[in-house]
Ligand binder design. Structure first.
Ligand code: ADP
Ligand code: MG
Length: 143
């Protein structure tokens, strides 16, 4: 298997509910390394651009509002098959449908307020990492 990097967000609901630690512990227990991590408050412009792929969906406006309502933690994760592995560890988009032990099952509230984001493919992972982390910033953190 290939070592990959993926982009992850501990969303504002999980941060507000004091679940950053639960999310990080679940990612680490699942075999992923936290390569980089920082707490930010996403701006409306950032949230709109980050989720631009969903701009025609009925939930887009609410999603942008949710992602900007409070701080979130943006992360770069690294590991074997990290993109697919992280999607497994997160669980289904809707926490009600997420498997036992997944982050969304453990700390998600509903299909919108679902605790975490994870890139869905190699191309989106690269773009999403670059959206929040600089190359020099990551180079300094490599281990
Ligand atoms: P995922 O985050 O699992 O890749 P999507 O890319 O389909 O899911 O959706 C992006 C985010 O938009 C979801 O994580 C969730 O926060 C929100 N979302 C998705 N579907 C809905 C919906 N039907 N109603 C409200 N919010 C939604
Ligand atoms: Mg998605």
């Amino acid at each position: 298997m290939a070592i990959e990097r993926t982009f992850s967000i501990v969303k504002p609901d999980a941060v507000a509910n004091n679940k950053i630690g639960t999310v990080v512990a679940t990612l680490e227990a699942g075999g992923l390394k936290i390569l980089a991590q920082k707490m930010i408050r996403m701006t409306e412009a950032q949230a709109k651009e980050f989720y631009a792929v969903h701009k025609e969906r009925p939930f887009y406006g609410d999603l942008v509002k949710f992602m900007t309502e409070g701080p979130c933690v943006v992360q770069v994760l690294e590991g074997d098959n990290a993109i697919a592995r992280n999607r497994e560890i997160m669980g289904a988009t809707n926490p009600a449908e997420a498997a036992e032990g997944t982050i969304r099952k453990l700390v998600g509230t509903n299909i919108e307020r679902n605790a975490c984001h994870g890139s869905d493919a190699a191309d989106t992972a690269k773009v999403e990492i670059g959206f929040f982390f600089g190359g020099a910033e990551l180079a300094a953190l490599s281990r």
